[in-house]
Design a protein around this ligand. Structure first.
Ligand SMILES: CCCCC/C=C\C/C=C\CCC/C=C/C(=O)SCCNC(=O)CCNC(=O)[C@H](O)C(C)(C)COP(=O)(O)OP(=O)(O)OC[C@H]1O[C@@H](n2cnc3c(N)ncnc32)[C@H](O)[C@@H]1OP(=O)(O)O
Length: 305
């Protein structure tokens, strides 16, 4: 696993672009399997920060974030996420993936702010490439992707949920979700914004992004950020039912449709990847932005005392 992670990290940082396996549109998974060959064996695998369990009979994998205290998305987490997703994409038996958290009350706290504070340009470059890679892989995935948001999910955490095909959230007003970057004095990049617009529409996205709004679960449902609210103890049952509904369709029809809906937004980042990295590194390197991020981290710590 360590060797695989190192290889992937090297591929992300040196070559700049990973082969986006099974990038949409692709043919149906069943159609790719040579006739007469058995399904590839499929096992559960657990890494440091993400637990993946594969149900071989349903063809559905569950990916559980388990990176205490708050599942923040640091370089190691992002690398593990990409490796896990690649393994599942390459597993012909796997048609759907449920993404959720093993940490109570938190889905993901978003990008790890310490990765964007006081580091070198090289580090920002490596980190941002990994953030891009995570989104490109998830947003372009051929599998049915279902986010089970069982806790708060600001910024990058929200992006993960928005990048899935469907979002179920625990019916708890204490859990919030949204792209709150503006509250940190930073800006959601264009592809965060485009993903958001594709889910909630221009008006809700514009207002929410300018205000950096974090919505309690009931409001998130009202604005279409999530598709359903479910009592926490019913999340698993509901996820299984929703996944079965999506998997009832022929893969190729669903996949080609998904590609049509997402291609323009994906292509834009692929075409402007290096420029986007430069924008990020020069933006976060500004002293004024570093100051905002430091103040936000201090605020988080003060909140505890
Ligand atoms: C032309 C110009 C264009 C420029 C555009 C170009 C580029 C764009 C530039 C930048 C884009 C960046 C996009 C950023 C995306 C992000 O995701 S930023 C992260 C946003 N996340 C948040 O705001 C969440 C902050 N955290 C919280 O609100 C809470 O921690 C919580 C998640 C609700 C959990 O609350 P609670 O259970 O009470 O836990 P604590 O607050 O006590 O936290 C525990 C410890 O974890 C630390 N922590 C929390 N979140 C983060 C995080 N995201 N990163 C790093 N660390 C985090 C927190 O400080 C606690 O640490 P200690 O125990 O005190 O050490």
């Amino acid at each position: 696993m360590a060797a695989a992670a190192a290889t992937l990290a090297r591929r992300i940082t040196r070559s700049g672009v990973l082969p986006l396996c099974r990038r949409l549109p692709v043919w149906g998974r069943a159609a790719r399997r040579p006739p007469g060959l058995p399904l590839a064996p499929c096992r559960a695998f657990s890494n440091k920060k993400i637990q993946v369990d594969m149900n071989e009979s349903s063809g559905v994998a569950t990916m559980k974030f388990k990176s205490p205290p708050v599942n923040s998305l640091n370089l190691d987490f992002l690398t593990e996420f990409c490796i896990s997703l690649e393994k599942l994409e390459n597993d012909r038996a796997c048609r759907g993936i449920i993404i959720t958290s093993a940490i109570p009350k938190i889905f993901s706290s978003g990008l790890d702010i310490t990765e964007m504070c006081g580091k070198s340009t090289e580090h920002y470059t490596e980190f941002w490439r990994a953030v891009q890679e995570m989104w490109l892989r998830l947003y372009s995935s051929n599998m049915v992707t279902l986010a089970v948001v069982n806790g708060s999910s600001p910024a990058g955490g929200c992006l993960i949920a928005l990048s899935c095909d469907y979002r179920i959230m625990a019916d708890n007003p204490k859990y919030t979700i949204g792209l709150n970057e503006a509250q940190l004095g930073i800006v959601a990049p264009f592809w965060f914004k485009d993903t958001f617009v594709n889910v909630v529409g221009q008006r809700v996205a514009e207002r929410s992004l300018q205000l950096g709004s974090l919505y309690p679960a009931p409001e998130a449902l009202k604005f279409g950020i999530v598709d359903e609210l479910v009592p926490e103890e019913k999340l698993q049952e509901k996820a299984t039912a929703v996944m079965a509904q999506w998997l009832a369709l022929p893969d190729h029809a669903r996949q080609i449709t998904k590609s049509m809906m997402r291609k323009a937004v994906l292509d834009l980042l692929v075409a402007h990847r290096e420029e986007d990295i430069k924008n990020f590194t020069s933006f976060v390197s500004k002293e004024s932005i570093q100051k905002s991020l430091r103040m936000y981290m201090e605020m988080l710590k003060k909140k505890k005392s």
